[in-house]
Design a protein. Sequence first.
Length: 523
Amino acid sequence: MLTAPSLSFFAPIVLLLVAAFAASRPGRRPGLTPRLAELAALFSLALTTGGLVQVVAARAVGVAAFEGPVLIALRADLVSATMALLVGFIGWIVMRYSRTYLDGESREGAFHALMLTTLASVLVFAQAGSLATLVIATLAVGLTLKRLLLFYPDRPEAQRAATKFAIVWHAGDAFLILATAMLFAAFGTLELSALADAAWAQGLGLVGNAAVVFLVVAAALKTAAFPLHGWLTEVMEAPTPVSALLHAGIINSGGVLLIANAGLVQQSSGAMAALVMIGGFTALFGAAVMLTQSAVKTALAWSTVSQMGFMLLQCGLGLWTLALLHIVAHSLYKAHAFLSSGGAIEDVAKVRRPGPVAAPSVKAVLNSFGLAMLLYALIAGLFIFAFGPKSPQALALGAILIFGVAYMVAQGLADLAPRELTQRLVGSSIIAAVAYFTFQVLAQAVWGPILPAAPTPGPLEWALIVLAVVSFGLVAFAQALFPLWAHHPSTAGLRVHLANGLYLNALLDRAIGGFAATKSKPQ
């Protein structure tokens, strides 16, 4: 166990000190402030790296290593240390990018102050050891992020996006506060590890079950789950570093909340079922809408909606280690995607457009799905033989991932497609299956001793597993046949409706008077 506070606990303090300095110079070209902000983020990265090294060296599992003033309690284990390092790395990259991106802006110093304060709040959230700390940190993130979304306050679109974000985010805060109060009333503690132990010993009871439901609702709101997902697709009026930080870090708050309370949430079968249904539908819906978007950043935003839904699905299946791995991988990918989105048009222009792709027949699609699943079954069998049995949830998730590459294999099996393409895409399905099980084994080895194992499925769980696999399979099958039905007159309007997210976002716009505000103010 750790005998001294983790180094990563000091990272938020460093960021807040430099943020205070930056706030004293809020205007254009604030001297050394941009450089100091980048150095503070880099130093925080070094501290979070050192914190992870400490935890690994001490073999600390579930250590609540710090209790400070104002209800602040931090923990140091492999889960929190991993998340802190991820936030530190993303934060440094974003602040480095911001130093030149914001150069010459009228409120350049204020921007760096807000970004550093937001990063400090996210670091506290990632390492929170109690529900009270989670509440304080998420409230701080919401307040600072809203100001960042309003960095260009005269833009009506920015005002609308910030208002919608605040409504959804702080609604999640309200549910989290309710859950916190109810859990304290039921178990007399707010410490995360103590809550899980108390719930296992006493049972959740009526109050505990209701509190866990509120936790799930809070997590769903903070991950932009269906149907209150629209605010996430409209935050592009803020500077690009804000979008990168939001989509690569802050949007993961719901997942971090669930993983931090995994031992508690998994004791409620109803909450787990709700996560599967909400997450699965959000993933499918976000992916379908993403395919219809023409703007790079908007497509990335819908991709985030889909990915967060898939992460909720993993939590609902009890695959906590894979959900954490998903957060890490998605954060790294999405930060790069947003920060490099400005060069997307130039990159496309440099690429020679390929010739027409052969449209696969229904028979080719069926062959591709059968081949992909056969390869997956063989590889799954090899990993089971080498590393032991896999849970039904893990096997189902792997099948869902293989569906994602099956439609590509369908293109390779089209009558007019070259044999080389077939070989390449079949190889891709093999690589995907091997990678999935390899990362699963590694994630289980690293975080498995801390996080609960997937529960043994009962009738409800089996029904949800089958529903998830069938749903994702049908959507992937339809995607593979997209060239055949997309331009049919009977489906011509579907693309328009999907491109607009089935107009669900318009309901929230109307509720806040967003249309009127946009029309009444000049651009």
